[in-house]
Ligand binder design. Structure first.
Ligand SMILES: Nc1ncnc2c1ncn2[C@@H]1O[C@H](COP(=O)(O)OP(=O)(O)OP(=O)(O)O)[C@@H](O)[C@H]1O
Length: 232
């Protein structure tokens, strides 16, 4: 299903005043495609991703998956958590793996937390680890893996629940150019295979050849050139 961010505004309290991190922003991402979100530091990229993932309530506007409004200014924490766990996979900037668990166990634990039934779970987790090129490392713990390998485990973990939406924050910031490009190519391919509407925040446009679309944020808004590309 497509992801729609409709007229999103996010205002943070800032001492005695306020700071508008995202301002009246519209963005739609068709299912199975990947959109990269670029922009200078402080332009609002992570804030927008947090709203799209239901981690932060928008001040105004709605987040829809298909026709369903999943997040809006009055969404309760319980409803946001339910929608996120059921429909959205998130990969954070640092992979946030648990040190004591193997790659395979990271995926299994995540599925259990989502409330998935265990039947066939191990096979699906192993399939996903194979998809991200980690079959030979399924039984290793994070300390035994490289940065790029940990990022691959985090991507597989985000996909274990077959999410309709995949949100990825700066997946390449700790990687060199070649590995960064590989990770972006992997995300783009998996989004297509799994039909997930995917948004990737990035600083580094040189790794983004495989994405379907690139949009740029500046001061909480999409730049004109990117906005005209929306929907193409
Ligand atoms: N929790 C918060 N409370 C108040 N202001 C915040 C908060 N989080 C972010 N901001 C401010 O909102 C603006 C947008 O920040 P955001 O982190 O979304 O930008 P970004 O484009 O992701 O930056 P970077 O590329 O450096 O991660 C910045 O001015 C930032 O200082």
């Amino acid at each position: 299903m497509d992801l729609h961010l409709d007229a999103i505004t996010l205002v943070y309290p800032d001492g005695d005043s306020t700071l508008t991190a995202v301002e009246d922003l519209d963005l739609s991402i068709p299912s199975g495609t990947t959109t990269a979100l670029l922009g200078p530091s402080g332009s609002g990229k992570s804030s927008l991703l947090a709203v799209a993932g239901g981690l932060t309530r928008p001040t105004a506007g709605t987040v829809r998956i298909g026709q369903d409004v999943v997040f809006h200014p009055a969404t309760t924490v319980a409803a946001a958590t339910r929608a996120r766990l059921g429909r959205i996979g998130i990969v954070f900037q640092s992979p946030q793996l648990l040190g004591s668990l193997t790659a395979l166990e990271q995926l299994e634990l995540h599925a259990h937390l989502r409330g998935d039934r265990p039947a066939g779970l191990r096979a699906r987790a192993l399939d996903l680890l194979a998809e991200v090129g980690m079959s030979d490392h399924a039984h290793k713990r994070p300390a035994q893996l490289s940065g790029g390998q940990r990022q691959r485990v985090a991507i597989a973990r985000a996909l274990i629940g077959a999410p309709q939406v995949l949100l990825v924050d700066e997946p390449t910031s700790a990687l060199d150019h070649a590995r960064g490009t590989q990770v972006i190519d992997l995300i783009t391919r998996l989004a297509r295979e799994l039909d997930a509407a995917t948004l990737v925040v990035s600083h580094d446009s040189s790794t983004l050849d495989s994405v379907d679309r690139t949009v740029r944020m500046l001061d909480g808004r999409l730049e004109e050139a990117s906005r005209s590309a929306v929907g193409t």
